[in-house]
Design a protein around this ligand. Sequence first.
Ligand code: A3P
Length: 301
Amino acid sequence: MAGEQGKDHKPEGRPELGEVDGILLPKATCNEWSRIQSFQAKPDDLLICTYPKAGTTWIQEIVDMIQQEGDLEKCQRAPVHQRHPFIEWARPPQPSGVEQADAMPSPRTLKTHLPVKLLPRSFWEQKCKFLYVARNAKDCMVSYFHFQRMSKVVPDPGTWPEYFETFMAGKVGWGPWYDHVKGWWKAKDSHHMLFLFYEDIKKNPKREIQKVVQFLGKPLDEATLDKIVHHTSFDVMKDNPMANRAGVPASPMRTFVYFPSCWKGTVGDWKNHFTVAQNERFNENYRRKMADTTLTFSMEF
Ligand code: A3P
């Protein structure tokens, strides 16, 4: 198996992370870094930006349904990860995110998890639209832990207590949650950006989807809006093979076939994982790391 998985994989089959400017990223992404950095954005690109596990797939489906004016058949044209190229994604011999984006006709909707400081410059230069979705750190941590346990395309997370420390130290793919959300929150003041919160979409999907509708400049009637709210609700999306990656075949590098078997789609799942002592330690660390921002999160309803 080692031969198939290549030199970037540890013997047990898990890929290693590399590092760019202090941020951990998949090794294959690091190997492609100069091509990713010189990616040419276009002025009519829309870039969906999230920290991993913040609800990327959810907002992708919402955006696509708005762009397709609620036409379900059009949204079924391809799995969600193919509809929106993931610009820093690389897994040779598959086409890279950059190659997929280059091959896509405009106007393009693209996806990234990169922190502000690593985003290819052309996105800023071309004054693209950015749609950022933020999710509270505790639920992101728990979701990321389950994901890393389920998927062999990312490093083994170790035990929960180990992962708790790893996440707080920012030693996970795409770097520290704290710098990610703070960086994008700051960038929204000088760029064309809609900044949404996972918890708000969960609480009032219609109101938040309406914000996206306005941001995209694609007015929709009430019935279409209601259809989008329904289609992108958790229960419907988790059974939609074009949104839940059920269509992605199992492989030696992918343990799961039905991706969201670990999805819960709730706010506050962290309470089922954090011990009282961990919560205190987390809160203390959080206060220090988030002292220099106006950004606040709902961690429970
Ligand atoms: P949980 O692991 O907490 O269940 P991403 O797409 O960025 O990888 O994020 C995955 C997280 O988004 C998972 O969180 C998943 O359940 C949640 N999610 C996906 N679709 C959702 C929906 N329609 N409503 C609410 N949460 C959703």
